[in-house]
Design a protein. Structure first.
Length: 380
């Protein structure tokens, strides 16, 4: 997509986000449910399902640099909708990068219009991630037989397919894990909701139970048995950047809200925006936002140029999740006690920001990945 076409696409998307998504926020917060019957057609009309689908499959074919402002804009409006759009596009991107030609032809045209959607099934209730996974897949003739449990799987309520990470060769560390595409209607797969979340209301992060679930041997992602660990790193590497962009959007909106309130609120006949303590809060918030933008721009530029960015993506996600925490803390302080009520949108931003700490790896995982790259001589 050339620059002029992209700018028109982006501007239409922004207008639709503030018209069609913002109008649903109160309903979502009141019911803790995303009204898919209203939202999904709106997402299709604005092109939000199609962002990373290559043009040859009916999508927009955006670069990461082009996509970052879009996911940030969703985060300014509502975290639950942002999370839904993020997961759909992140793992559409993964399928476009890693899938076989047959897998892409089968799924990507449907993903572009929201008729199909791919979610990521990694996290487990009794195990960690990576080589600690407990889910297994055993080859039986021409089929994989999958057993295990996954939970906190975003979009589990509507995803048509799941990229499931399972142990297929526990005796060989280099080939221990395999990513397998599993349809939601596979016999033996049970999908259950989990309790409502603190923020990012309305989205479903459910539990998947696999009991002798059989899928064809050819449904391995990319056709590469034992490539799951490398594919996992590839998927999370860029998805962490997209989570960081979500943190940026929330931080930008929190800063806007804090500045607006500071100019409107008066005490002792004087705007609180004229008080040095509040000015310091705003300056610190703006500094964090500027640093977040700069790191994200660098990551996106490198990825779009074909570089791998394990350390950069981990550091950017770590910095941005900590920065959005600081920014929303200060934004709430600028509002005072009334900001703790639903009268002001900063309360929503404060809660929504906390999910960014947990998506695609906790801060300790970001430290681990970054330190690993530094010790390997790959420091940026």
């Amino acid at each position: 997509m050339d620059q002029a076409a992209y700018e028109a696409y982006r501007d239409r998307m922004f207008e639709a986000i503030w018209r069609d998504v913002d109008s649903l926020v109160d309903e979502i917060e009141d019911t803790e449910r995303i009204p898919s019957e209203k939202l999904f057609p709106a997402l299709r009309a604005m092109g939000a399902w199609a962002c990373f689908v290559p043009e040859e499959y009916g999508g927009a074919g955006l670069t990461v640099s082009q996509y970052l402002p879009i996911i940030a804009e969703f985060a300014k409006v509502h975290g639950g909708v942002r999370a839904l759009v993020h997961v759909h596009n992140s793992f559409t991107h993964a399928l476009a990068d890693l899938g076989t030609p047959e897998q892409k032809a089968d799924l990507l045209p449907g993903c572009a219009v929201g008729e199909k959607s791919v979610a990521f099934a990694l996290t487990e209730p009794e195990h960690g991630t990576g080589l600690d996974l407990g889910t297994t897949a055993v080859l039986d003739g021409g089929e994989w037989v999958i057993n295990g449990r996954k939970w906190l799987i975003t979009n589990s309520d509507f995803a048509s397919h799941f990229i499931v990470l399972a142990k297929t060769d526990p005796g060989d560390r280099a080939r221990a894990l395999t990513a397998i595409l599993v349809p939601r209607d596979a016999p033996g797969l049970t999908i259950e909701p989990l309790p409502h979340t603190m923020g990012c209301k309305g989205g479903e992060h459910g539990q998947l139970t696999f009991v002798d679930v059989r899928v064809p041997a050819g449904d391995v992602l990319g056709g590469e048995v034992g490539a799951g660990e490398a594919q996992l790193e590839h998927m999370l590497e860029i998805s962490r950047v997209l989570v960081a962009a979500s943190s940026l959007g929330t931080a930008e909106r929190a800063l806007e809200l804090a500045a607006e309130h500071a100019k409107a609120r008066k005490t002792f006949g004087k705007r609180i925006a004229d008080r040095q303590a509040v000015q310091r809060y705003l300056a610190e918030m703006a500094t964090d936002v500027y640093a977040m933008r700069t790191m994200l721009d660098d990551c996106a530029r490198r990825w779009d140029a074909g570089e791998r960015i394990p350390a950069q993506s981990a550091m950017t996600k770590l910095f941005c999740l900590e920065a959005v925490g600081r920014v929303t803390d200060r934004a709430l302080l600028c509002h005072g006690g009334i900001g703790y009520t639903r009268r002001h949108r900063v309360e929503l931003m404060y809660r929504d920001a906390r999910l960014n700490w947990l998506e695609e790896g906790t801060p300790t995982i970001m430290h681990l990945v970054t330190a690993r790259e530094v010790l390997a001589g790959n420091a940026p």
